[in-house]
Design a protein around this ligand. Structure first.
Ligand SMILES: [Mg+2]
Length: 367
C-alpha cells in the first residue's frame, strides 16, 4: 500500500484554560487559551498521522503550512528517511527558527506517528523500547505574579492531585518560600523564571531562592542564549540550571548540552524539531551529567510524543504537565494523567488520535 503523502493540514487549536487566577500575560497580552497547530497527514493508503506545532501566532503557522510545507511534502513518501532533512534544507533561507521550525516540528511528529502505525507498534518501540510505561509528571503551575496565597493554595491542590514534584513560574523568593512551606522539605521544587533577570540581577535573587532548596532554576537569564552567563550563575549559586525551550534548533541544543552550563536540557517537541530532535538529544545526554528533560507545556500529539521519548530514555525524568483546567482535555480518556502520572497505551503510533469531540468542538478551527 502506498505511503505517499496525500494531504497535509494544520488545524488551529485554541484550548481555553483556567488556573484559578486572572489570565496571565503571554508575549505582552493576557492569555486565555493555549494555542498550537494540530498537524494531520493523510497517506494514499488512508492512514492518518497526527503532530503538533508550537502556535504562538497560529495564522503565521497556518500560512507556512499552506504556502510552503504542504506543497513541498505532499506527494513525497512519508517513510523516506531523507524527507525531513530535505525539507529543512529547502526552507533554510526562511530562517532556522520560528514558525518554519515549528511547522517542521509538527510534521516530524506526525511522520513518526505514521511510521509506528505502519509498523503496527507503539512509537517507543521505534525509539529503543519502553523502559517504563508509567511516566510520573510534575505539576507546572502557571504564573500567580508573586501572590503567595494563590501559590500556596495551588501547590496544595497539585500535591492533593498526586504530583510528586512542583514547578513554579514565579520570580520572588517569597513565592518560593510559600510553596516550600506547603510542600515540606522532601518534595522537589523547581522555579521557571522565563528569562526574568540580567546576569547582574540574577545572582542575588537565585541565591535567596536557593535557601528553599531548588531542584532547578529554569531560564533565569535574559537573553536565554547567554550560555556563558548561565554557567557563571550555576557556579556562583550552586543551583542546578534548566534551559532549552527557546533554543532555535537541535544544533544549538546540542552545543548547549556540552557547555557545562545546563543540568536539565529542555528541548520542546513542538518547537525544536519534533521526535527526531528529542531522540537525538536524549541519546546525546545518555551517560552524561546532563539530564534530557523536555519542555512539554502543551496537550496534543506533542505531549504524547514526549511521553514516548521519555519512556525509552534510560534516565527517568518527570514529564512537565501544566497545572490548569482545560475546556477540553485531549486524550482525557485514552492517555490521562492520573495521580500525577501518565500511562502509555499499547496502541500503534502515538497511542491515541485527537478525539472527534475535540476536533468538532469550537476549540479547533480548520482554515
Ligand atoms: Mg519553561
Amino acid at each position: 500500500m502506498s505511503t505517499t503523502i496525500r494531504s497535509i493540514d494544520c488545524l488551529q487549536l485554541r484550548l481555553p484554560f483556567h488556573h484559578g487566577a486572572p489570565a496571565p500575560l503571554f508575549a505582552g497580552r493576557p492569555r486565555t487559551t493555549l494555542d498550537s497547530g494540530l498537524v494531520r497527514i493523510e497517506l494514499d493508503n488512508g492512514l492518518v498521522g497526527w503532530g503538533e506545532s508550537y502556535g504562538a501566532e497560529l495564522d503565521a503557522l497556518s500560512a507556512i503550512f499552506r504556502g510552503r510545507v504542504a506543497p513541498l511534502a505532499t506527494g513525497r513518501d512519508a517513510t523516506d528517511p531523507a524527507l525531513m532533512a530535505s525539507l529543512e534544507r529547502t526552507l533554510h533561507n526562511m530562517g532556522r527558527s520560528g514558525p518554519v521550525l515549528h511547522a517542521l516540528s509538527g510534521l516530524d511528529i506526525a511522520i513518526w506517528d505514521l511510521k509506528a502505525k505502519i509498523a503496527g507498534v507503539p512509537l517507543h518501540v521505534l525509539l529503543g523500547g519502553a523502559r517504563r510505561t508509567r511516566l510520573p509528571a510534575y505539576a507546572s503551575l502557571l504564573q500567580y505574579y508573586g501572590d503567595t496565597a494563590l501559590v500556596a493554595r495551588n501547590v496544595e491542590r497539585a500535591l492533593a492531585a498526586g504530583f510528586e514534584q512542583v514547578k513554579l513560574h514565579e520570580k520572588t523568593p517569597e513565592a518560593v518560600a510559600a510553596a516550600r512551606a506547603v510542600m515540606g522539605p522532601d518534595t522537589p521544587l523547581m522555579v521557571d523564571a522565563n528569562c526574568a533577570w540580567t546576569a547582574d540581577e540574577a545572582g542575588e535573587v537565585v541565591t535567596r531562592m536557593a535557601a528553599f532548596d531548588l531542584h532547578w532554576i529554569e531560564e533565569p537569564l535574559w537573553p536565554p542564549e547567554d550560555i556563558e552567563a548561565l554557567r557563571a550563575l550555576r557556579v556562583r549559586t550552586g543551583v542546578p540550571t534548566a534551559a532549552g525551550e527557546n533554543a532555535s534548533s537541535v544544533h544549538e541544543l546540542s552545543l548547549a548540552a556540552r557547555a557545562r552550563a545546563i543540568d536539565y536540557l529542555q528541548p520542546s517537541a513542538i518547537k525544536s524539531g519534533g521526535v527526531t530532535t528529542l531522540l537525538r538529544l536524549s541519546r546525546e545526554c545518555a551517560g552524561s551529567a546532563v539530564h534530557c528533560a523536555p519542555q512539554s507545556a502543551f496537550f496534543g500529539p506533542g505531549l504524547l510524543a514526549t511521553l514516548h521519548v521519555l519512556a525509552a530514555q534510560e534516565d527517568e525524568v518527570h514529564v512537565e504537565r501544566l497545572f490548569c483546567d482545560l475546556g477540553f482535555t485531549p486524550y482525557g480518556d485514552t492517555v490521562p494523567c492520573i495521580d500525577g502520572a501518565f500511562q502509555l497505551t499499547d496502541r500503534p503510533g502515538l497511542g491515541a488520535d485527537p478525539e472527534p469531540a475535540l476536533l468538532d468542538s469550537g476549540f479547533v478551527r480548520r482554515i
